[in-house]
Structure formats: C-alpha cells, structure tokens
Design a binder for this molecule. Structure first.
Ligand code: ADP
Ligand code: MG
Length: 599
C-alpha cells in the first residue's frame, strides 16, 4: 500500500513559516526588508500588542501589479533572482521568495499595493494561505501589508510567545538593526497608537542619535577606511563612554546586520587598554565588500556570515578603529597644554568669582637682569635636567592664602605633563607648574557631575536614556512617599519613574550619565542622603538632589584609574568654576608648593 503523499501548500508553508517567522519580530524584519527592496524612501511600521494583533508596514516603494499582488504569496515567488548565477551577486535583502508565503500561512494578511504608473491599486486578503478576496482599490502608490492575528492557526506558537515587553524589545532590536544602516530612508515606529520613533532620512550619526539619544553625537569618533577589499564607514564610542555590557554593538555587511565574533574582537582589540576592565565600547560600523567574497547562502533568521578574506578584514578593521581613536582627541583632549573645550556650568549659588591674580616682580629691570630673572619660564619641565634649586627658582611662589581653604585663588596652572600618579587608589598626584596637586578622585568626580547636572537643569538639557528593560524598585512606605514627591524633579534630570503600586516604582529611563548602575541601591541611597541632615546645607531642593545624585554616580575610592582617565578627570575638574570644593563643601585639591616639596 502506498503511504506517501505530497503535503498541501498550506501545510508546507506553515512548516516553513516556523523557520522564518518564529516570533512577531521575524515578520517585522521580512516586511521591512521587502519595503527596502522595493526602493522605498519612507517606511512606516505600525504595531499593536507587540505584534500579536497587528504588524503593518507601509512603504512608498515600487508597488506591485495585480497579478504580482497574488503571486507574491506563493512559495519561491521572488522578483529578486532569476537564475542560480544571481545568487553570487545579491544586492537585495530578500531573494528566497519565502517570507510572504510563510507569513500568509500563519496569519490574516491584507495587502494593498499600487504601481506608480497605475491609477488604481489592488487589495488582496489572504488567510492561512487561502486568498479570500481580491479587488481593485484606490490606494496610495507603494505597498501596505497588514499582518493580523499572527499564529491564529498555530496555537502552540502563539502560546509560546513571551510577554508584550519581551516581544516588543525584539521588534525594536530588529527595527534598530535595519534603520541604523539604512539611514538614508525615513522610518517611523508606532506601538499601540504611540509614536516610538520618527526617524528622518539623514546621516548615520543622526540616525544613531535618533535611536539612542542626542548625547551619542558627542560620544562617537568617526571611522572611515577604503581599501580594495573593503570600505568601512561608521562610528565607535569614545573610550570614556564605554559601557559595562556589550550593548550597542552593531556591525553590518552590505547593508545587513551581522554577528561576527572575530570582527567584533577586532574592534575591541583596537581599544587595547583604553577601556577600564569589563567595559565595552559601543560601535556602529558598516562594511561594504564585493558580494562574491561573502557566503551568500544567508539564512533569513541567521546573522552569521562567512568572508573569504577573514584575516585581512580583521586587520583592516582593527587598524581603522585604532586610527580613529588615536587621531581624535585622546592625545589633544587630554593634553593639558590646550585648554579643554568644555562647557563651564554656572557657579553654584553664593559663589563669588575672583579675579585671577597676575604675579609680577615690581623690581624687575630687564636691563639689569640677574641670571634667574632672565631664565625662560618653563611651565612644566618634563624631566628637569638641572639642579633642584634652579628648578624651584623657575616657579613662581604663589601668594599665600588668597582664597578658600588656602588654595591659591588663581586657578592652578593646569599641568602639562601626562604623568599623574594614583596613590592608595584614592588620590591623584599631578605635577603643576606651581608644585604638586593632590586630588581626591571621588570628590573631584562629584564636583564634575554636580556641575553638569545643575547646568543641564538650568538649561533643561538633561539627556535621558531609555532602558531596554524597565526596572522595578520597592521602597518603604515613607520612602515611597518622598520619592513620589521628588518625581517631577527627578524627571528633569532624566529619570523616568512612575508609581506602579503602593510602594513599587518602575524606572524606564535614567540620566545618560548614569551608565549601568544598580537602580534600587542608587535610589535608596539617594533618598537616605536626601533625608539625612548632612544634605540640608544646600541652597535648595535642586542642589540637594544634584549633590546626592553626584555622590551616587561618582567613582569611588579604590577604583583604579588609567593615566587617561586621571588626566580627563583633572581636565574636567579644572573646567569647573569651583574646582576646589566638592558639592558638599569638602576639599578636593591640596597644593603642595615647591618650598614645601623641598622641605
Ligand atoms: P523575497 O523578498 O525573498 O523575494 P518575499 O516573500 O519576501 O520574498 O516577497 C516576494 C516578492 O513579493 C518579492 O520578490 C517582491 O517582488 C514582492 N514584494 C514583497 N513585498 C513588497 C513590497 N513591499 N513592495 C513591492 N514588492 C514587494
Ligand atoms: Mg522578502
């Protein structure tokens, strides 16, 4: 008895769908890619219930003819390749002709499409691979595909979906991977009626800022390289903006997001020891290579790719990133010879700026010069090649105690030697032209953050960073009440916190400065500091909050700093109007003058 039969298309398609569309994000990816392949310049993605009830993609691309509008749902129906040879020169995102057939097998799909030359378009409705309706319809040029009730006929798959938050985060990741590299196309994303992203066509850097927030514009170095083998274009994060997790790391090849551990390692290697331990750079790098030099048999859901020229690519990429890091400011920004170009915040309340004092020798007569007077003043000899006394002679003694805490009122001349030393994991010792500065690293960092916070508060420029996964925090009843009161203030500093029960709050965004910290601990500490009597000394609520946030965000005692970090910290500190005192009034800098050094 014969027992073999050929599966009906609807069943075969459903099986195939399991591979291509395993969750709503899979359908989103296929639909967005089709819209790009159709040459769209504007693509709108509309999602309801994290894609469970609706995924709709509207594009202004080529559109389809009446018969193509039906044919596109057949398996192996594609306009993108015609023969096997085409496989070696693929310039489109799709080519397998599987996606629409798969999606139509597991959802109710409504397609509206119109060719630019036609006056009337077509509407096709298909459910579980069966066309239930097709009629001419007046519609805009281009294509709109609405995928409704995904997995309506595959309960196992439907039940397997995670909660909306998780599914939506997958969709957003797909959206980022596609929109980042196709920054010349406008995209929007709406979820449950709310516009989540409205990305205008523009440069890669504008796109990065549109997706991750404006501060990213200042956090990136440009990487560019062109060789016979590969063209590289993109951005890498400045070392000081590295993160504790491998978050924003995006590599693309020929417009397609890829994962390639060796190439990622090439980028990270380029940073060498510029990064603190367990920190990772962010990067957004697009490679363009000859399509015949990569493995074309790319599976739609896979992101791995094989290159013929692995090793060469690795070396080129690493040196391109290295050059970007070296070429831009690391050297110049950290050199104390050039005044750092920082925004200097407004002085804290009550601070009276003092005139810098110019010291000069009234009895100096250039025509009766003594050797010591004619000597050219060295701001900071790299390595003194003369006896100590002579060196000290060169350095102007500071007038004693003209300012707070006895720190010379004229801002200490910034050191121009790169050699700082960290002592006891707590103090930075930096050579100055007027002696040696001993700087408390934690207090210095507090001052820098405090100034930035108060400055951004006054300018209402606070940069907020949306969390990929919101965090729930629990508080005692009293703390919950206080936090509730402080919410509007915290919002101004970039926190998005909402009450989610009597004593529970959900944090959905934090100030960009914050990085990845333990939010519960941070808020607990902040509240207790806010309540604590020590914080009452600030002029107002804003100052109190800023000081307590700065205290929480600052680096701690015991944190090892690299040479670059120390220099950066000092440069930032000296750019603060009140570099001498921490926000809570503790002394940051002690200057040991040459006389004391000699003793
Ligand atoms: P593939 O993209 O691999 O060719 P799909 O199943 O995704 O396979 O799409 C089948 C065909 O339908 C495409 O080759 C294309 O001709 C047509 N198509 C799909 N989406 C669109 C769209 N948004 N605009 C114009 N044509 C489209
Ligand atoms: Mg496709």
């Amino acid at each position: 008895m014969d027992i073999i039969n050929i599966l009906p298309d609807s069943v075969a398609n459903q099986i195939a769908a399991g591979e291509v569309v395993d969750r709503p994000a899979g359908a989103v990816k296929e639909l967005l890619e089709n819209a790009m392949d159709a040459g769209a310049t504007q693509i709108d993605l509309i999602v309801k219930d994290a894609g469970r009830t609706l995924i709709q993609v509207i594009d202004n691309g080529s559109g389809m003819s009446d018969s193509d509008a039906r044919l596109c749902f057949e398996r192996h129906a594609t306009s993108k390749i015609h023969r096997a040879d085409d496989l070696f020169a693929i310039h489109t995102m799709g080519f397998r002709g599987e996606a629409l057939a798969s999606i139509a097998a597991i959802a109710q799909v409504e397609l509206r499409t119109r060719l630019h030359d036609n006056e009337l378009g077509t509407s096709v409705t298909i459910e579980g691979s069966h066309i239930v309706d097709q009629h001419p319809e007046a519609c805009p040029c281009g294509t709109s595909i609405a995928v409704k009730n995904l997995f309506f006929n595959v309960p196992a798959r439907r039940n397997f979906l995670k909660n909306d938050k998780v599914e939506m985060s997958h969709i957003e990741e797909v959206f980022r991977r596609i929109t980042l590299i196709h920054h010349d196309i406008g995209f929007t994303l709406q979820h449950n009626g709310k516009m989540e992203y409205d990305l205008k066509a523009g440069s890669l850097l504008q796109r990065i800022a549109g997706l991750f927030g404006n501060p990213y514009k200042e956090r990136m170095y440009n990487v560019e390289e062109e060789t016979d083998l590969v063209k590289i274009k993109g951005f890498v994060s400045k070392p000081e903006f590295s993160r504790k997790t491998r978050g924003e790391q995006y590599l693309f090849v020929n417009g397609r997001f890829i994962k390639h551990p060796a190439l990622s390692a090439a980028v990270e290697k380029a940073y060498a020891d510029l990064l603190p331990d367990h920190s990772y750079p962010s990067y957004f790098i697009g490679l363009t290579v000859d399509p015949s030099r990569i493995d074309v048999n790319i599976h739609p859901t896979k992101t791995e790719v094989k290159f013929v020229d692995d090793h060469a690519l690795f070396a080129i990429l690493r040196s391109a990133v290295k050059r970007a890091l070296g070429q831009f400011s690391l050297a110049t920004e950290l050199s104390f010879d050039t005044p750092p170009d920082f925004n200097i915040g407004p002085a804290p309340t009550g601070f009276i700026p003092q005139q810098p004092k110019v010291h000069y020798n009234e009895s100096y007569n250039p025509f009766r010069a003594t050797p010591s007077q004619t000597k050219i003043k060295l701001t900071m000899p790299e390595r003194p090649e003369k006896p100590e006394e002579q060196l000290v002679d060169d350095i102007q003694p500071t007038t004693p105690n003209s300012s707070l805490l006895g720190v010379p009122s004229a801002r200490p001349t910034t050191p121009n030697s790169p050699n700082c030393i960290q002592v006891q994991g707590r103090f930075i010792v930096a050579p100055l032209s007027s002696g040696v500065a001993i700087i408390d690293q934690q207090r210095a960092h507090e001052r820098i953050i405090y100034d930035r916070l108060t400055q951004s508060h006054n300018n209402t420029l606070t940069q907020s960073q949306t969390l990929l996964f919101p965090v729930n925090c629990q508080f005692s009843a009293a703390d919950a009440e206080l936090l509730g009161e402080l919410l509007p203030d915290l919002k101004e500093y970039g926190f998005e916190i909402a009450a989610a029960g009597q004593c529970t709050f959900v944090v959905t965004a934090t100030p960009a400065e914050l990085g990845d910290s333990d939010l519960q601990a941070l808020l607990d500490q902040m509240l207790s500091e806010y309540k604590g009597s020590t914080m009452q000394k600030y002029s107002n609520r804003t100052a109190t909050l800023c000081a307590s946030m700065a205290h929480q965000m600052a680096i701690r005692k015991g944190q090892q700093l690299t040479q670059d970090e120390m220099q950066r910290l000092i440069a930032d500190l000296f750019a603060c109007p009140m570099a001498e005192l921490s926000p809570s009034g503790k002394r940051i800098i002690t200057i040991v003058n040459p006389e004391e050094l000699l003793k």
